[in-house]
Design a protein around this ligand. Structure first.
Ligand code: NDP
Length: 334
């Protein structure tokens, strides 16, 4: 398989395989349902909790994770990244050691990129990482539409690892339909783009909301509700994001007034001339590519995530969050 962009692929290579979905959460449930709709033999491995009950209710054969791994030819590890290394070591390794060949699939590059999971030598290790939330995967499947997915191969014992990755991307509903595209990427590239989103433009967006809110409500007499509706509560932001996806970053400018376009373009130009922003992005890219962030997060988890919990508490009690709570109660969103 030489092409970098794959729009469709046969799932035949998966037809004689038992596919175990490990973790029946956001991704696990969606991927399991869509793969079963493609006629594949899907079982679920989970801890005995509500997700287990949901999988049973959805009509799957559900097993403890070790038993599911033993029965499977392919295991898709769809548990949260921070628990995946323990789940792999505790429940999967021993059960697949003796197999001639096994396929271990991930939806995120994190644990392989940073060496938190070191796969056995009898495994193809593949990445099939949807650029879509679980609920979206099911919704798009019902609408007959696909979505983007990044593929990667970290170990190719069978010589067919890319084929398995491409076939799985079709099986989970990503390709073979309008809107669907699979890109031959890597565990490292997926980790880089995923973490960069989380460390740069997402917090920058929320930081701008906070500064906007505090400045306008404290110094310019703007009502808190007006500011929050303007920023994100009205849903206009989501519509603009949708237009960016469908029309393109600058083509969607035509949906805004000339006054808006002029204001956006001149201030964009001013921001891009600010070296602080470039330095901030560069620093984050370095933290990710050198593994500094992964080390920081591992240490934080080892001591019970005190910084994570303290920050979440602090921001949940910030002026914007308190004003949002009042507004959302009026709007019956909570
Ligand atoms: P979820 O948080 O939805 O959890 C998945 C499952 O793992 C749940 O069934 C959960 O059980 C179970 N689980 C949690 N803790 C443990 C544990 N200690 N031992 C065993 N099972 C456990 O995960 P996601 O679906 O969000 O993420 C799965 C993978 O997909 C990750 O690699 C993620 O990076 C990737 N991904 C996620 C996307 C998303 O939209 N969320 C998008 C693209 C990729 P319970 O419900 O009881 O907690």
């Amino acid at each position: 398989m030489s092409e970098r962009i794959i729009l469709d692929y046969s799932i035949d290579i998966l037809k004689d395989k038992v596919i175990s979905v490990v973790g029946y959460g956001n991704q696990g449930r969606a991927q399991a349902i869509v793969m079963r709709n493609h006629g594949l033999n899907v079982i679920v491995g989970n801890i005995r909790d509500e997700a287990w009950e949901r999988a049973v209710k959805d009509g799957f054969n559900v097993y403890d994770i070790d038993e599911a791994a033993e029965k499977a030819d392919i295991a898709l590890l769809l548990v949260p990244d921070e628990v995946a290394p323990e789940v792999y070591r505790k429940y999967i390794v021993d059960k697949v050691l003796h197999k001639d060949h096994f396929i271990l699939g991930f939806a995120s590059g994190y644990n392989i990129s940073y060496g938190f999971i070191k796969p056995l030598e009898n495994m193809d290790v593949i990445l099939v990482a949807p650029r879509m939330i679980g609920a979206g995967i099911i919704e798009l499947h019902k609408m007959g539409r696909g979505y983007p997915v990044l593929l990667g191969v970290a170990q190719d014992v069978s010589g067919k690892a890319w084929e398995y990755a491409a076939a799985l991307s079709k099986a989970i509903g990503a390709i073979g339909k309008p809107g669907g595209i699979a890109i031959k990427s890597s565990f490292e590239e997926e980790t880089m783009v995923d973490l960069m989103t989380e460390h740069t433009w997402m917090p920058l967006l929320i930081a701008s909301f906070i500064i906007y809110f505090e400045l306008l409500t404290k110094e310019y007499g703007v009502n808190p509700e007006t500011a929050i509706l303007e920023l994100y509560a009205s849903g206009e932001l989501a519509e603009t994001a949708k237009a960016m996806a469908e029309m393109g970053l600058f083509e969607q400018f035509k949906l805004h007034s000339r006054t808006s376009q002029y204001g956006q373009l001149t201030r964009l130009d001013k921001l891009l001339k600010n070296s602080f922003l470039w330095e901030f992005f560069k620093e984050e890219a370095e933290d990710i590519s050198t593994g500094r962030f992964a080390k920081e997060w591992s240490l934080e988890q080892k001591i019970g995530s005190p910084i994570y919990r303290a920050l979440l508490n602090r921001f949940k009690r910030s002026p914007i969050a308190e004003a949002e709570d009042k507004l959302y109660k009026v709007l019956e969103r909570r």
